[in-house]
Write a protein that binds this ligand. Sequence first.
Ligand code: AMP
Length: 288
Amino acid sequence: MRIIRTIVELREAVRDAKRRGESVGLVPTMGAFHDGHLSLMREARQNTDLVVVSLFVNPTQFGPNEDLSRYPRDEERDAAMAEEHGVDILFAPSPAEIYPDGFATTIHIAGITDVLDGAIRGAHHFDGVATVVAKLFGIVAPDVAYFGQKDAQQVLVVRRLVRDLDLDVRIEACPIVREADGLAMSSRNVYLDPDSRQRATALNRALDAAAAAVERGERDAAAIEDAARRILADAGIEPEYLELRDAETLHPVARLDGEALLAVAAHVGAARLIDNHILRSADKGDDV
Ligand code: AMP
């Protein structure tokens, strides 16, 4: 596996691969790898010839009071894990390589960024995400890019970016990878002390409770959300949001009819955690 730090070298490596007729897969990450990241790498390894993983803790998607400075970083460990998973190139640029002096462009995607994490973290968050992802697509020119459904709103933002700017890349969303007790894997889980780690399982249990309510026939959005809210309350967790929304537009839904996204965010101890389930009202083969 090569570790590449400059755009020029990365482009050269990709150009060589494309000349050989190889397809290119990109997995954008901020590092501190866990099985969620590795599942994306596995998917890329199976489906594309040249697998590029980017490792860049993107400063523009963090707010002034967020965890940029303490975000977990361990490039050596990440590089070893990526290599073990058959990654060809780890692209680990410096902030100055991505945002040189004079950098002046921001991509803002309207509508779907106004709600959920966009409402709580502020517009800068998804502006930062969209801008860096657009840059990574420009630098790597991947055929396929892999994202986790863990960040469901981010997947929608990236899909909208690709559609609106006619970017020639296919977006693959991969399922949420969880710990044995259901906690969605996240680089931020390292912030959890033992008590918070235990309480954090309430997020997924709350989503499960909502899914169970749906299975029992509940269709009213407020009642579905309440089923989840009760589990959080039992764990002493006050969510930043817990909302059932259209899985494509993120518009609020009053009743579950077909498919919807139940998304939650909450501070648990020192960590801000997010999770989500897709809920379906279909009668048969319900995979909620
Ligand atoms: P991050 O390094 O947190 O920016 O995540 C990089 C990519 O991994 C994003 O597309 C995330 O959605 C994805 N990811 C993070 N956690 C998980 C998880 N538990 N399961 C699946 N994908 C994940």
